[in-house]
Ligand binder design. Structure first.
Ligand code: HEM
Length: 411
């Protein structure tokens, strides 16, 4: 057995210095500061929380949901152990597995990232509600109360085959090949125990999770993430995102809950709308991101402002309906733009936002906001369709030598 890192593989192949520019991130334990992370291109897998939630958002996403094929809890435990180990290896720039340079055996790692930096790869694992319904696993009594399927919501046009899942893997990286490699290798490791149910590629972030990170634009051309929670808002992260010390079940403490929604945008319709209508639908200026009637993107939304006898931010504007009166309702948004070829029935791009958000209690947070958006006829509804939906419990991070889900599945 040989332990072959990407760096050693390159060195043994005589690769030049440019190709060996990998960080020594494998030796770091605990969460690095965001600055250190950007400098060396690695985000440690191990830590109090899983990476890929409050860590700086990368540009690319490969998301996959899996269904469990095995009925054995021991096999599920082995899967999570193997997945965690592989994710830690990939995040630090190592090849997956020990057997990668034997002529007589298939390499454990598929090889397409040799010579590439991890580019801040994070891998985040989650458990769906259906996992806890499998009688043979005997996990029914351990299911968190907050982990319930998202109820049908007005306006939903969900495709069941692209929704739900027993397990999920969120791989994010600044290099699309690195994110792809992570999902591919985890699927390979899981063969026989899990089967992939659906997956989504995201090509550009639509949010930011740290204050230092510049905002990007979504496919409607608007800057998004302005009023998002950020890692620096430690008090709000504690009350709105992380499962707390007093919360149950105990195995979720330090974890959170993730909701995903694949939201199709009807771009041709949007592109025929006037700039004025687009801004009224969102409630902000398109180009500078300021609230309607305001001057700066960062200024607070004034929902009471009146102009010529009318609310400056219309009653049905997205930001008015999405804004939370209850501060504990706020969510951490971490979505990506996607495009999946052509919608043949309409002859237009199948594109939109793969919306991801993290919160302490999906019913009280995501579902409450989305119900308001749907029932109060958010002006944006005309231009979007929610076509897939899923929810996952995201356990806390693992310690070196441990694995994600250890609190649930045991040693
Ligand atoms: C494709 C669908 C969507 C698009 C294009 C979109 C776009 C935007 C934009 C441009 C903003 C203003 C800037 C910002 O603060 O980020 C915003 C704000 C926001 N959106 Fe969305 N959004 C979408 C779906 C959703 C969904 C499904 C939810 C949650 C259920 C949501 C929740 C929020 C929240 C909480 C805010 C901040 C409101 C505030 O307090 O100012 N959005 N969105």
């Amino acid at each position: 057995m040989t332990s072959m890192t990407r760096r050693r593989l390159l060195a043994s192949a005589g690769a030049g210095a440019a190709g060996i520019g990998l960080a020594g991130g494998g030796y770091l334990v605990g969460r690095e500061s965001a600055e250190a992370q950007e400098l060396n291109g690695t985000v440690p897998f191990y830590g109090e929380h899983q990476a890929g939630i409050d860590t700086t958002m990368q540009d690319r996403l490969h998301f996959a949901a899996f269904d469990l094929e095995t009925e054995s809890r021991a096999e599920l435990r082995e899967l999570m152990r193997d997945w965690s180990r592989a994710a830690a290896e990939m995040a630090s720039g190592e090849l997956v597995g020990d057997v990668n340079d034997l002529q007589v055996a298939p390499p454990e790692d598929t090889g397409e990232t040799v010579g590439l930096s991890p580019s801040n790869l994070t891998v985040t694992f989650g458990f769906g509600p259906s996992l806890f319904e499998k009688a043979r696993l005997r996990l029914q009594g351990r299911r968190p109360r907050a982990l319930r399927p998202i109820p049908p919501l007005p306006g939903d046009k969900l495709n069941a085959l692209e929704s739900g899942g027993d397990l999920c893997v969120q791989a994010c990286s600044d290099d699309p090949q690195v994110a792809f490699h992570a999902v591919r290798n985890l699927a390979r490791i899981g063969r026989g125990k899990v089967v992939m149910r659906w997956s989504e590629l995201g090509f550009a972030r639509t949010s930011s999770t740290t204050r230092r990170q510049e905002l990007r634009r979504n496919l409607l051309g608007f800057r998004e993430g302005t009023n998002n929670l950020r890692a620096e808002d430690t008090e709000a992260m504690r009350s709105c995102v992380w499962v707390g010390e007093g919360d149950r079940p105990r195995w979720m403490r330090g974890g959170t809950y993730m909701v995903t929604r694949r939201i199709r945008m009807l771009l041709e319709l949007w592109d025929r709308s006037s700039l004025g209508d687009q801004e009224l639908a969102i409630g902000r200026n398109k180009y500078d991101g300021a609230p309607l009637g305001g001057h700066e993107e960062t200024e607070e939304l004034d929902l009471n402002a009146i102009s010529a006898g009318r609310p400056q931010i219309p009653d049905r504007a997205h930001v008015r309906l999405a804004a939370s009166v209850d501060p504990d309702e706020r969510i951490l948004r971490r979505g990506y733009s996607f495009t999946d070829g052509v919608d043949e029935s309409l002859g237009e791009l199948d594109a939109g936002t793969f919306f991801i958000c993290f919160q302490r209690d999906p019913a009280r947070q995501f579902t409450a906001i989305q119900r308001r958006l749907a029932l109060s006829a958010d002006s944006l509804n005309k231009y979007i369709r929610h076509v897939s939906s899923a929810v996952f419990a995201i356990p806390p991070g693992a310690r070196p030598g441990g694995y994600v889900g250890e609190g649930l599945l045991g040693r």
